[in-house]
Design a protein around this ligand. Structure first.
Ligand code: ADP
Ligand code: ZN
Length: 722
């Protein structure tokens, strides 16, 4: 270490304004990016060296760095990424660092695992138990003491005693199984001419070794995945790591298998459901560069990349990329930021790109490659509108006679139909027929949703569960509680009564993540069900070759929201759901039930004309100064006391500085006025594109601190307006 680096500024994973300074004891080798343990009050915390400098500030006694961890230091790019992201979202950088340190055990170095196998001398004293252990251990592989004991049906002490006597030999297992290196030519198809052109353009971009964002635009099934695999291969060939981001954990399983087929080796997976040891394994392997490919959810961005050379963001339009708790970052946007700091390309892939991305293509900031359907099919299947004002379902039912007739035909022909409704549970509302009382969450200003499969009422905002009451909790009338409106479970009931012979599957996130859902999706793909009822989950990336008819039960749901992206989202959702039909041998159709058949969006959908729809939507946004033509930030104020929360919100609104090109709207009571017992108020800041929104927010809110029980959240580029 150079003699004058005696002070380390260490960023800690805490909501502090910046790094804290510590003295570096003689003999401790530190670099910027080193992971260190330092004292903080009575505690010891792990942080990262942000800077090293010379003499300590006069008159300040600094505490010593305790130790340095044996891990590859965090790269400069990654440290700049953290600083940038923190500044952009007005978060303390320590909160961002916390997302990097998500595998605490990984810093302690690989914990060695001891295993046992049979060795030379047989013990002098033999018992049947000992014999069983030796027999099991003699099978060839080393096993951990607990595994060996379990396999032999004995206690661990028997194993330990044999080891002590030398009849079992202790060996050290590699603590973390390394990820095998990918084989760039292991799999893959012979690309079609279209795919080859697209892959060549991406490879050309990678060869530049510069930052560039490329949109890969093509319908589902057009072969985008195979094309971006080629870009990943190019990144790996140049010695880099590649990250494939997916919006849903449920999608990672099938993707892992595909990546493994293409690259002949298991890629690393990263998401919130990983077990601690697997987290450590992935984290360390990403840090030391042995994990070359990571398939992950948005938080994979924060893994301690050694040489990241490419990020692919699949389904880039997905709003699930925006984190809605903690640091409210948008993973697609931050992937682009990371690419610009690390000077590498980012590929955005989608069948329904976001308006933001399309505008960036228009402006020439992003490049684009198009893929046409390999089977020469049009972008969307034939879409018909069903006008619910004219042909309405029977009361208490949601399927119009026309949709029922079409589903009946499809089932009779032995094909598969999908009914799409973006509402989980049985019914969104439960009312008392005697007094009109509505069942509400005790902690939120929201109705409880009946989940009949689980026999419970659930709050979709806080997760509160309770049993369905027999009597009205308000007027105590008996047997008067009635469900109002449909959820997928209720729709399934209606479908079952109409089509008693149908094999019905209900797909929603209630199947929980992971296995159950994965199995159900595979069963649907393999045709074990012929009538599928699902929420937006079914719209995402799955390939159902037997599906020939999609019925959209309520196309108006998302259009009615207060979200400026509501129409765009509806387009993406409906186009994706409709696009599920006809991906196999037979052509498909979609039927869309709506009360607004004249709506420009419905008309564009019917004509399959994305460009017309988006050019119209761009005009609307531009005139309203909404993103990407203007900037937005939401301020959410919450508190346990209604009037106090309101007063604070109003004071805050009054204290907003005047600035050119910025307007502050509100405060207004939030559409969901209470969540988890906290009252909610919102302010919306709208700024012109040239305005430095962060500077404005800092000037305004820099001095405002959360006060007592009142809390203030800043959401830059908000996606939720609830
Ligand atoms: P997308 O990512 O656009 O939805 P995929 O890459 O998943 O499309 O391709 C859709 C299907 O076509 C997949 O089952 C894939 O295995 C197959 N496929 C893609 N490219 C080819 C090709 N060049 N030759 C044969 N099959 C292909
Ligand atoms: Zn609730």
């Amino acid at each position: 270490m150079t003699g004058d680096s005696t002070i380390a500024d260490v960023l800690l994973p805490l909501a502090l304004d910046g790094p804290y300074s510590y003295r570096v004891p003689a003999g401790l080798q530190l670099k910027p990016g080193s992971y260190v343990s330092v004292p903080l009050g009575p505690r010891q915390v792990t942080g990262v060296v942000w800077a090293l400098s010379g003499a300590p500030p006069a008159g300040r006694a600094l505490r010593d760095v305790i130790a340095v961890h044996e891990v590859m230091p965090l790269s400069e790019t990654h440290r700049r990424f953290i600083d940038w992201l923190a500044a952009y979202y007005l978060e303390p950088p320590g909160n961002v660092l916390r997302m990097v340190l998500r595998a605490p055990g990984a810093l302690d170095g690989p914990r060695a695992q001891i295993a046992y196998r049979a060795a030379g001398p047989r013990p002098i004293r033999m018992t049947p138990q000992r014999a069983r252990v030796l027999e099991t251990a003699g099978e060839g592989f080393a096993m951990r003491a607990t595994d060996l004991a379990e396999a032999a049906g004995v206690g661990v002490s028997v194993v330990k005693a044999l080891a002590k006597e030398g009849a079992l030999e202790a060996v050290e297992l590699p603590a973390l199984k390394p990820f095998p290196p990918p084989d760039l030519n292991a799999g893959g198809f012979i690309l079609t001419a279209d795919q080859r052109v697209a892959a060549d353009s991406l490879r050309a971009v990678l060869a530049q070794r510069q930052h560039k964002v490329m949109l890969l635009d093509g319908v589902t099934g057009s072969g985008k995945t195979e094309v971006y695999f080629e870009a990943m291969a190019a990144a790996l060939a140049s010695g880099g790591q590649a990250l494939l981001l997916l919006p849903e954990i449920a999608l990672t399983e099938p993707f892992l298998a595909r990546v493994e087929r293409r690259f002949g080796a298991e890629p690393a997976a990263w998401h919130s459901d990983l077990r601690p040891r697997e987290r450590e394994r992935v984290w360390r392997s990403v840090a030391d560069g042995t994990a070359k490919i990571v398939v992950g959810a948005r938080s994979a961005l924060f893994l301690p990349w050694k040489v990241l050379k490419l990020i692919v963001v699949d389904e880039e339009h997905e709003s699930a990329y925006k984190q809605d708790d903690g640091v409210p970052y948008h993973a697609r946007d931050m992937a682009v930021l990371y690419g610009s700091l690390g000077r590498f390309p980012v590929v955005l892939s989608s069948a329904t790109p976001s308006l933001e991305t399309l505008v960036n293509v228009d402006r020439g900031r992003y490049g684009v490659v198009h893929l046409k359907d390999r089977h020469g099919r049009p972008e969307l299947p034939e879409i018909g509108l069903i006008d619910l004002k004219r042909t309405s379902p029977e009361p208490g039912h949601w399927l119009s006679p026309q949709l029922l007739a079409e589903v009946g035909k499809v089932l009779a022909e032995g094909d598969q139909a999908l009914l799409f409704l973006n509402r989980r549970g049985y019914a969104p509302l439960t009312l008392c027929r005697a007094c009109g009382h509505r069942l509400e969450c005790p902690h939120c200003a929201a109705s409880l949703v009946e989940h009949r499969f689980r026999r419970q009422l659930m709050c979709h905002h806080c997760g509160h569960l309770e049993a369905m009451p027999q009597d009205c909790p308000s007027c105590h009338a008996q047997g008067k509680m009635v469900p109002v409106g449909p959820g997928v479970e209720r729709l399934a009931e209606e479908a079952a009564s109409r089509f008693p012979d149908a094999r019905i599957a209900v797909l929603s996130s209630d199947l929980s993540r992971g296995r159950l859902l994965g199995d159900a999706i595979r069963d649907v793909a393999e045709g074990r069900y012929n009538l599928v009822i699902g929420t937006q989950l079914v719209a995402k990336g799955h390939h159902f070759p037997h599906l020939t008819l999609v019925g959209v039960v309520d196309a108006d749901l998302a259009l009615e929201s207060s979200d400026p992206r509501g129409a765009e989202r509806t387009w993406a959702l409906l186009a994706q759901v409709a696009g599920r039909a006809g991906r196999g041998a037979k052509p498909g159709r979609a039927l869309v039930q709506t009360y607004l058949p004249e709506h420009p969006l419905m008309q564009a959908l019917k004509k399959g004309d994305r460009d017309a729809y988006f050019s119209q939507e761009k005009t609307i946004r531009e005139q309203a100064g909404l993103p990407p033509y203007g900037r937005l930030a939401a301020i959410i104020i919450t508190g346990p006391d209604g009037p106090e929360t309101e007063r604070f919100a109003r004071q805050l609104g009054m204290s907003a500085p005047l600035a050119d090109g910025v307007s502050v709207l509100g405060p207004a009571i939030a559409p969901i006025a209470m969540v988890r017992g906290r009252h909610r108020w919102r302010l919306l800041v709208k700024a012109q594109r040239e305005v430095n929104l962060q500077a404005f927010l800092r000037l305004w809110l820099g001095q405002v601190k959360s006060r007592g029980a009142l809390a203030l959240q800043i959401d830059v580029d908000p996606y939720s307006f609830l």
